[in-house]
Write a protein that binds this ligand. Sequence first.
Ligand SMILES: Cc1ncc(COP(=O)(O)O)c(C=O)c1O
Length: 367
Amino acid sequence: VTAEPFPAFDHRPQGMWRYRSLLPIGDGPIRYPLPVGGSPLTGPAVLRDRLGLPDLWVKDETVGTSGSNKDRATALVIEDGLRSGATTITTASTGNAAVATALGAAAAGIRAVIFVPAGCAEAKVAVMRSAGALVLRVVDGYRAAFELSRAAARHFGWLDRNTGVNPLTLHAKKTVAFEIWEQLGRAVPDVVVVPVGDGPTVLAMGRGFRELESLGLTNRVPRLIGVQASGCQPLAREWHGRPDSPVRHSGTIADGIDVPEPISGVEALAEVARSGGAFVAVPDAAMLAAIGMLASTAGVTCEPAGAAGLAGLLKARRMGLVAAGERVVVLVTGRELVVGADVPLEGGEALIAARLDEVERYAGALA
Ligand SMILES: Cc1ncc(COP(=O)(O)O)c(C=O)c1O
């Protein structure tokens, strides 16, 4: 793989800040202290042989600080916040954006108040707390956690990192497209396969490639295939003309994409349609099989949502959506971190109803 830089950016380091002239932040030193972006794009021969896809590539977003693709948006939002003197950051999350925020905030010296659905994975809450975050588990689920986090940001004046809402999150995520283009020797693939929960990851992927097109750096954009879980597939159902309702949501082990009411759903559907791509849905068993396949043929370990892209690619092949000779990139989005049982968990944790006075009770001292 060649990694020829943008001509004007020869002196830039690897990683997300390489593209800072295409990001909405000003000049001056980057204050965000952790490495971000620059994830590997590998062409695993064993996996290629197994799938009969000789031009298959794996974009491994599990390698960063928090083990997921959420580090990029976290870094850009915190960088922006540090420039304006923010002292507390908040987000709602199914888990990974929260872990990324807790770790990024800890390193940046600001406080994190995290809103998760009550059923958020214990292992992820433990990582957040080990980083000192206050974790508020909202009984009414993820959408309520999202609304409450936004209301709290407004009420207390906290930095709002909520996905798809803060436009910086999309700008940060588009850098994955820039990296893929550079890593393929300044060329775009035919297809990119992306797990989809709230929608910003696939939306920003499309926007990133379209930005390259508008800069005259490519004359076409890849087809985007969005992958959802069979037990939670509002966008795949919408795509196939069978709109879902939250009531029929049976759930999935892939917590990162267990989002019955996607925040950026409309935009994600439009972006996928514009690219000439499609949505597919895969059962939990297919994601588990894909985790095993990634480990045994590509040396990549990940969680179920992280493997949804590969599971979706297998389904898309069976559906005739991807041809054998095409250049395909699969995005692997996350790997679960683990905190040892005896590690002190400094942050706090509470189960709350979706009300501001509940937030005040636990986080008021921080405001
Ligand atoms: C591992 C993993 N994959 C995919 C996604 C889906 O990303 P998005 O919500 O941007 O669609 C998430 C979101 O939490 C995730 O944690």
